[in-house]
Write a new protein. Structure first.
Lengths: 559, 304
């Protein structure tokens, strides 16, 4: 009996140890990327036999010849791949047909690194402190960026300075950059350092975020589309009193919205913006006080979501709130508009119809100056690590996606007639595999599986063509003549490392203060008046922060 | 756990198994707690990961003065201490009383069932618990409605700074009550029943029995548990705070560690985070030392 017990005990211990090991996830496969391919000389030999490229006399390529390398090279690529886009059929982008074909053509194998959902920021930060940087990283300022800024990241030896490399190995990208003064300016730092490859749409695209309102609710109360704040007040009151809507207006958890949609009418933005080159900060302006006054009145009367302060930080309402008729109006992406929520997404109301509304203004005909931006460049910048063993390969691989065939592949996939079709006017569009997937995939999932979800050089028309009338209508409403975006700060504004440090120190506490005071003022529980709030911000040094931005702005204007 | 003055012999042969079991524990503490202490020097530098600890510039007490001159310093310290102290005042006696009550129960079956049910919540993940708590205490949630019916605020508890600490501590009690009482129950079971017999013969009622027999027998356990609990005074389970707070409740919910998380870690400001945490630990240690000294002086029990 004792022997048996001993055996059982031993077995249990072994089982526990095995279970312990199961948790060890061997993510970094160092072997594959550090295996030096004999044919690849990753040193500074530009012309040698490391790739079979044609080039100019000085070694610069005029085009990317395929395959990029003779022997397969593996590069590690850190990029956020949302689980909802991957769906249940894909483990990572490596299962996407577009990327598989890309690998076949270029002979570059990608090892995808996808941070765990909810810890993206931490995972990004770890890249810098762990000493193990992937070859390619998808950055997106200001969230997914080195705290001291891109220039410091290059100087500190994290990001590779690709200014010269791009001229040698990225013909397509450089041709694109040099074709426009704006692009030339926006893709380098103030000192002319190129620190990565900015994702660029093939054509500038319209802003696709703005206020949206339930048309069916409007019809039910017999009112027109609201234009002024007073209109909105009446409409929201009717929603509450006549229809019993729980949250007539949905705002984000800071009491604002992603692109200052509800503030623009008062002539202010929610953070930093510029008026004709002079930088301003919204919360210290008079218009902000008017905004607070309006919002607190609406909140007190129950016109605003009573639990807005505990909602998710992204600023979009949860599906549950939208589907169950709990929301009358909110600021959203264009793709939410229309009546697709019923029945396919599970809305309960057969009359569900969400339409775009113009940003509210004080008086009809007023011009607003801030909204979701039209974009030609995106905030995504693809960066090569300074410690990568194959920088030239990485640059070429990235550049291929800016070439005509490469960009087409990533936007449309490989299956003519299925993942894409050629329209009567000769332009491509999504095919039935993406638009009406027979396996039940949503459009986003199908997009991810057959094409690239966000190509580096995307043909945005593919998305525009897939949009319904209502969605396009919303985008046109939001970008109409009286709704400008000329007060937005340039996306590629950069600060020096010292400015960054000083800015971080000042804004650390100010951000907290603004967040909580705005929320409390709207909810009516603040212990300060708006004027006290403003002078407190001055005491905390907001004018210095504005001055820092002003310096960056001045440098940008002189580029 | 009581410290006596007698020396124990290091009898390796006889106790070999025990010493071997001790090795992983020692290794854990050395590797994860003692060795990284060298990294505290980060608090006095402007740390940049690429320069490392030896290469980053020295800034002395700059990070500390930045923290002390923050307008939130007083509030953070206040919240941290308030939440911790209130938590001790509520959860600690609750666990003891629960153990005492459970001990009185005659039916073994009922006792075991109650015990099992009471410590099940401890094993639920904190994130799940916080999700539940937020659902129940937001405007229109089940608990909010009950409180509103009894005359409380009508727009929810979780976004109301006045109620945040109550919600936090209340959910703590619910989650930890059963588990914390286990050690007291085991101490109670070790009490000699004869003492009760003789007390009853002397005419002592139930309540007197509790005061004169049960509590003194538990005194050592209670003191040690309290001292251990004091060791966490400043860390105050900040992960739960982060999961439950929002800008509306920063006033009473923001504690030192959650502030550091926001400003220091999300902002890649490692030096600042290190300095604030250093300050946190120093205060924690001093409180623990004082408590231990007081305990040694006024009772014979202490941790060291």
């Amino acid at each position: 009996m004792k022997k048996q017990l001993k055996l059982v005990a031993l077995l249990l211990v072994v089982m526990m140890l095995v279970a312990l090991m199961a948790g060890c996830n061997n993510n970094d496969n160092q072997e594959s990327s550090s295996e030096p391919s004999s044919a690849v000389d990753s040193g500074d030999d530009l012309e040698g036999d490391d790739s079979n490229q044609d080039g100019d006399a000085d070694g610069a390529l005029t085009e990317i010849t395929l395959p990029i390398v003779d022997e397969t090279v593996t590069l590690k690529y850190w990029v956020i791949q949302s689980a909802s886009n991957l769906g249940s059929s894909m483990k990572d982008y490596g299962d996407s047909e577009a990327y598989i074909e890309l690998e076949n053509r270029t002979n570059v194998h990608i090892e995808w690194i996808n941070p765990v959902a909810g810890t993206e920021k931490e995972s990004f930060n770890l890249l810098f402190s762990s000493g193990d940087m992937p070859d390619i990283i998808a950055t997106a300022a200001p969230t997914y960026m080195y705290s001291a800024g891109p220039e410091a990241a290059v100087q500190d030896g994290y990001f590779l300075d690709v200014t010269e490399l791009a001229k040698q190995y990225a013909p397509n990208y450089m041709a694109l950059i040099n074709s426009s003064e704006q692009l030339t300016k926006d893709t380098v730092t103030d000192n002319g350092i190129r620190w990565g490859f900015t994702s660029i749409y093939q054509e500038p695209r319209l802003g696709n975020w703005g206020p949206a309102i339930r048309q069916d609710f409007l019809d039910a109360v017999g009112m027109d589309m609201p234009i002024t704040y007073d209109d909105w007040y009446e409409v929201l009151t009717a929603f509450k009193n006549e229809l019993g809507i729980e949250a007539p207006l949905y705002i984000d958890n800071e009491g604002l919205s992603l692109y200052s949609d509800w503030l623009a009418g008062f002539g202010v933005g929610k953070a930093f913006y510029q008026v004709d080159g002079t930088v301003k900060y919204g919360p210290v302006e008079d218009g902000f006080g008017e905004y607070i006054e309006t919002m607190s009145k609406w909140y007190a009367e129950g016109l605003i979501d009573q639990s807005f302060s505990i909602r998710e930080p992204m600023g979009m309402p949860s599906d549950d709130m939208v589907l169950n008729d709990k929301i009358g109006a909110a600021a959203l992406f264009a793709t939410w508009c229309g009546n697709e929520y019923y029945p396919s997404r599970g809305a309960v109301n057969p009359d569900f119809m969400l339409v775009g509304a113009s940003l509210p203004v004080k008086n009809e005909g007023d011009v607003t100056h801030l909204r979701a931006p039209d974009e030609w460049t995106r905030d995504t910048v693809t960066v090569v690590s300074a410690t990568s063993e194959y920088p030239e390969i990485a640059v070429q691989w990235i550049d291929y996606q800016f070439s005509e065939e490469g960009a087409f592949l990533m936007s449309y996939g490989v299956r003519e007639g299925e993942s894409y079709v050629i329209d009567a006017d000769g332009t491509p569009a999504f095919g039935p595999l993406v638009l009406n997937n027979p396996d039940g995939l949503t459009q986003s999932e199908a997009r991810t599986l057959y094409t690239s979800f966000t190509p580096l050089h995307e043909d945005y028309n593919r998305l525009m063509k897939a949009r319904s009338e209502v969605q396009l209508g919303a985008m046109y409403t939001w970008t109409q003549e009286t709704s400008l975006n000329d007060w937005q700060l340039p996306l590629s504004l950069t600060m020096t490392a010292d400015e960054n440090k000083q800015y971080a120190v000042i804004m650390g506490d100010i951000t907290t203060y603004v967040q909580e005071t705005v929320v409390n003022m709207i909810m009516g529980t603040a212990s300060v008046t708006f004027d006290e709030f403003r002078s407190q911000l001055d005491n905390m040094g907001i004018q210095d922060a504005i001055a820092i931005y002003q310096q960056a702005m001045d440098r940008y204007s002189q580029r | 756990m009581v410290m006596t003055k007698s020396k124990r012999k290091f009898n390796f042969k006889q106790n070999a198994a025990v010493y071997v079991m001790l090795i992983p524990v020692l290794a854990y503490y050395i590797i994860f707690h003692y060795a990284p202490m060298g990294g505290l020097v980060m608090a006095f530098q402007n740390y940049r990961p690429n320069l490392g600890l030896l290469g980053s510039d020295w800034v002395g007490l700059d990070n500390f003065s930045r923290f002390f001159s923050s307008i939130y310093f007083g509030r953070l310290l206040r919240n941290t201490l308030l939440i911790s102290v209130k938590d001790i005042l509520v959860s600690f006696p609750a666990a003891i009383i629960f153990a005492l009550l459970l001990n009185e129960v005659r039916s073994k079956y009922f006792k075991k069932t109650v015990q099992t049910i009471s410590y099940l919540p401890y094993f639920i993940s904190m994130v799940v618990i916080c999700g539940l708590v937020m659902d129940f205490t937001e405007a229109g949630g089940a608990i909010s409605n009950v409180v509103a019916a009894l005359g409380g605020p009508s727009d929810g508890l979780i976004s109301n700074p006045k109620y945040f600490q109550s919600v936090f501590i209340g959910s703590n009690v619910w989650q930890n009550l059963g588990y914390s009482s286990i050690i007291y129950l085991s101490a109670l079971s070790a009490i000699d029943q004869e003492q009760y017999e003789s007390a009853r013969m002397d005419g002592a009622g139930r309540f007197k029995q509790t005061i004169y027999i049960t509590l003194p027998a538990l005194a050592t356990t209670i003191t040690v548990m309290l001292l251990l609990r004091m060791g966490h005074l400043m860390t105050v389970n900040y992960q739960k705070v982060i999961l439950l707070y929002s800008p509306a409740t920063y006033e009473t919910a923001d504690v030192i560690s959650s502030y550091v998380y926001r400003i220091g870690l999300l902002g890649q400001d490692y030096s600042y985070a290190a300095s604030v945490d250093f300050f946190n630990s120093v205060i924690n240690l001093s409180i623990l030392c004082v408590a231990n000294w007081a305990s040694r002086k006024y009772s014979e029990t202490s941790l060291w």
